[in-house]
Write a protein that binds this ligand. Structure first.
Ligand SMILES: [Fe+2]
Length: 299
């Protein structure tokens, strides 16, 4: 149970409330972003004014969501579609070998194909039917607590713009490829959806130290997680599933694949920009959910 002092700061929630109705949702207000207006010099589109204009335009569509509550579909141009097709096709091939079977089925169920960039609105409709998860467009990286806290409302904040065409295999920031090919399919798994919600619950009541731990848990599962499957190991983390480099690397002998251990994971420091040296293999999404429930209840 929550300590009283904490419960008075944060609105109360039931850790077992998996059905979030529209009325339960707080207002979508502006969040604290991590400098989204300057593109870092290592961003492949940093010096491409046309790209930056386009990225800003798509970001403005995302921003509209917080005024209207409606997802604005983006009319992606042919260059953007080409980037998608290239990346999606390459990933599809690798994923057949390495991705979790649940993920592969879910991607199909959501209608995510190599043909065209899917709209958040259509994936959102389907997700809502399946697990009550929602997608909310956002124009860039949000600070950790704000971002994770939205998961407690079974809501994933998603970008809509796409990476720069000069380096289709790489993006220093989340983009629609990372969201739609990496994250979104897994939210159709009820245990994974509940697990994500627990992380959100945790983020709302965590101390700064606990928040850091939750960030690591998120990183080594939702971004870089591996799962056992019939005596084999498969990928379910979005950072792996949306990057050919990371996906191949994860199954190479440069990576140590360890059995998931919560204590170890939450204390495992990592750097965003480096390839992972250690990855963790969960036995199942259901077990990950239960371990995390106990952990969050200890906050
Ligand atoms: Fe991500």
């Amino acid at each position: 149970m929550l300590a009283e002092s904490v419960a008075t700061i944060e609105p109360a929630f039931e850790i077992s409330n998996y059905k979030i109705s529209d009325e339960d949702l707080p207002a979508f207000t502006d969040l604290e972003f991590e400098h989204i207006n300057e593109l870092h010099l290592d961003h492949p589109g940093a010096n491409d004014l046309e790209y930056r204009k386009r990225r800003d335009y798509i970001a403005s569509c995302a921003k509209k969501f917080r005024e209207t509550g409606e997802i604005t579909d983006v009319e992606y141009n042919s260059r953007e579609q080409r980037v998608w097709r290239y990346v999606a096709e390459e990933l599809e091939e690798l994923q057949q070998k390495y991705a979790s079977p649940f993920y592969l089925r879910a991607k199909k169920d959501l209608g995510i194909t190599t043909e065209r960039i899917p709209q958040l609105s259509e994936m959102n409709r389907r997700l809502k039917e399946l697990t009550g998860f929602r997608l909310a467009p956002i124009e860039g990286l949000v600070e950790t607590r704000g971002f994770l806290s939205w998961l407690s409302y079974r809501t994933m904040l998603c970008t809509q713009y796409i990476r720069h065409h000069s380096q289709p295999a790489y993006t220093p920031e989340p983009d629609i490829v990372h969201e739609a090919i990496g994250h979104i399919p897994m939210f159709t798994n009820p245990n994974f959806a509940d697990y994500s919600q627990f992380i959100g619950h945790g983020a709302r009541i965590a101390t700064d130290k606990q928040l850091e731990e939750l960030g690591r848990l998120y990183w080594f599962t939702i971004e870089f997680g591996l799962v056992e499957h019939e005596g084999d190991i498969k990928a379910y983390g979005a950072g792996l599933l949306s990057s050919f480099g990371e996906l191949e690397h994860a199954f190479s002998d440069k990576v140590e694949r360890r059995k998931f251990d919560l204590e170890e994971v939450i204390n495992h420091e990592f750097t965003y920009s480096d390839m992972q040296k250690v990855l963790y293999v969960i036995p199942s999404y259901a077990e990950l959910k239960e371990i995390t429930r106990k952990y969050i209840e200890s906050f």
